[in-house]
Design a protein around this ligand. Structure first.
Ligand SMILES: Cc1cc2nc3c(=O)[nH]c(=O)nc-3n(C[C@H](O)[C@H](O)[C@H](O)COP(=O)(O)O)c2cc1C
Length: 205
């Protein structure tokens, strides 16, 4: 579906340590091709190699003081996956009713940060762990797009239900669930604020 924008099976760029800057000018095209997909081909599984590369993109994400405060639970066992999908849907708000269609959920659990990141959080009053997990979500969804897959980040779900389904300890927050599969939606135009509204140079305007 995105084949006119991004090659279906783009090869992993084999960067060598110490190689210096590499200009990958397809990045903006990749960013444009990612969207929140809310309809999937439920009969088409995600290939293991693709999933492994997506997880690797998440693993390599940067984090404050390299704390890496995350754990990824891949949910692909059909019965459990459907229960997890049910935990994301809400009747009252009519949210997330499409999630059962996706064959894979990557549930992101927030782990404890290291001393330096925790110290920084305390001194600067900035919750770095959530910033870190946001970056992971970006890596994962862009990597999925690069593999020709659709995805949707879900922040709305029943956290206690998710904990009990996946055996997550009660002292851990479940921050996001990212669903992945072959999208059946066409690429939409992005609805975003204009550049002039969000960017200023040399001073806040
Ligand atoms: C932290 C976060 C939580 C989100 N939670 C949900 C969600 O629960 N359900 C949903 O359908 N979309 C969810 N989204 C997707 C956003 O609605 C979507 O990214 C935004 O509207 C921009 O559209 P696009 O992703 O298609 O470009 C979430 C996105 C983020 C970043």
């Amino acid at each position: 579906m995105f084949s006119d924008i991004v090659d279906e099976a783009a090869p992993i760029v084999d960067l060598k340590v110490g190689q210096g800057n590499v200009h990958l000018n397809n990045f903006l095209k990749l960013v444009q091709s990612r969207q929140s997909d809310r309809a999937f081909d439920g009969s088409r599984p995600v290939e293991k190699e693709k999933l492994m590369r997506i997880l690797e993109a998440g693993r390599l994400a940067p984090s404050a003081c390299n704390a890496q405060p995350w754990h990824f639970i891949v949910v692909d066992e059909p019965e459990l996956k459907n229960k997890v999908a049910d935990a994301t849907a809400t009747k009252i708000l009519g949210l997330n009713h499409f999630t059962k269609q996706a064959p894979v959920h990557i549930v992101i659990v927030e782990e404890k940060v290291n001393f330096s990141s925790g110290f920084g959080t305390w001194v600067k009053d900035k919750y770095f762990a959530h910033v870190d997990i946001g970056i992971v979500a970006s890596h994962i969804t862009l990597a999925a797009a690069d593999e020709g897959l659709g995805s949707c980040i879900l922040g709305w779900f029943d956290e206690p239900k998710m904990r009990s389904l996946l055996n997550i300890p009660s002292n851990r927050r479940v921050l996001l669930d990212i669903i992945i599969g072959y999208s059946t939606q066409a690429l939409r135009e992005k609805k975003r604020k204009e550049t002039e509204e969000i960017v200023s140079y040399n001073q806040y305007k």
